[in-house]
Write a protein that binds this ligand. Structure first.
Ligand code: 7UC
Ligand code: FE
Length: 317
């Protein structure tokens, strides 16, 4: 519990005591931020993994304006998730308004990091709950840098110089206009628009320099050695188990639950954390606005090296 003065703004910063990481900030105004505030907030995200800004009441427009200060906003590639006015906002909702649902219900109810199936996953994810369920509020998180650290020496050696493939295919949501379309056509469309991407099984965070076990049950579909031979899927299964992703009771020591309440804006390090939305079968109204941002850093240090070696290749020609 301490007070910090940033450019005249007084903020009360607390550790989130129900989790093993994360901070919450009181008396901060997301409508009136300075460049220094944003730099400090970004440092806080990379250092604490999760930052919750309390008591924020922003319009969709103001929320987007706030999000843009963290970097380049990327709107979701599927438009059925878009907010009707602010297309940059991804809407997760199960609430019928004027006879239709805005956005998509029950999103992210599986272990994943946002856009892990795309060439460049987002750096920072931001969520702003609009309707908070009374009972099942919150999101589960796993710190995949910690998960890497806790692997046995043997496993760490086994996954050295391996790659994983990530795809959205298991969790692609059928759109209203897909009704009556043959399944094969839909599957083909998914593979064409979002072909699986391959990246090292262990990636290094460009700022914190921590090694991250980059696998998630939702999106990681296969594991390969450096000679492009596919390895037995049991290896991937062990990585899911060791990192806590197969624990259906969510009591694995690596799993942390973030509780949310109205007025919270939650920002997290999407390179390092995987998350799992907490939705239940009981039909409780829930609605949340998400923004996703690219910061000024490459996705990983491995990616930087890859780019550098490509550049030297080009020079040699
Ligand atoms: O509907 C969903 O759960 C969305 C998911 C497939 N993708 C979220 C993302 O940003 O990767
Ligand atoms: Fe998500």
């Amino acid at each position: 519990n301490y007070l910090k003065l940033i450019n005249g703004m007084i903020m009360k910063i607390d550790k989130i005591t129900t989790m093993s990481y994360g901070i919450s900030i009181q008396e901060f105004d997301a409508k009136n931020t300075t460049d220094i505030d944003i730099i400090k907030l970004k440092e806080a995200i990379y250092g604490n993994l999760i930052v919750v800004l309390k008591n924020q009441f922003l319009s969709p427009y103001e929320y987007v304006k706030f999000g843009k200060k963290f970097g380049q906003i990327e709107k979701y590639y599927e438009e059925m998730y878009h907010h009707p006015e602010e297309k940059d906002i991804f809407v997760s909702s199960n609430i019928k308004e004027d006879d239709h649902i805005q956005g998509v219900p029950r999103t992210g109810s599986f272990w994943h990091s946002d856009y892990a199936f795309m060439t460049t996953p987002f750096s920072i994810s931001i969520i702003y709950p609009q309707v908070v369920p009374k009972l099942n509020r919150g999101t589960y998180f796993i710190d995949m840098a910690e998960a890497y650290e806790q692997l046995s020496e043997d496993l760490r050696t086994k996954i050295k110089e391996t790659f994983c493939e990530h795809s959205v295919r298991k969790y692609f949501k059928i759109r209203p206009w897909d009704v009556y379309r043959p399944m094969g056509d839909i599957l083909q469309e998914i593979e064409q628009r979002t072909p699986p991407v391959k990246r090292p099984t262990v990636v290094t965070h460009p700022i914190s320099k921590r090694k991250i076990l980059y696998v998630s049950q939702g999106f990681t579909v296969s594991i390969w050695n450096d000679k492009a031979n596919q390895l037995d899927s049991s290896l991937l299964q062990v990585l899911f188990e060791q990192s806590g992703q197969t624990d259906k009771s969510f009591s694995h020591p690596l799993i942390n639950l973030l509780q949310i309440e109205m007025g919270d804006i939650v920002l997290w390090d999407n390179r390092r954390l995987i998350h799992h939305a907490k939705h239940f079968d009981i039909k409780e109204p829930a609605k949340s606005f998400r923004l996703t941002v690219y910061d000024e850093f490459p996705f990983s240090l491995e990616e930087t090296k890859e780019l550098e070696s490509k550049e030297t290749e080009n020079c040699e020609v």
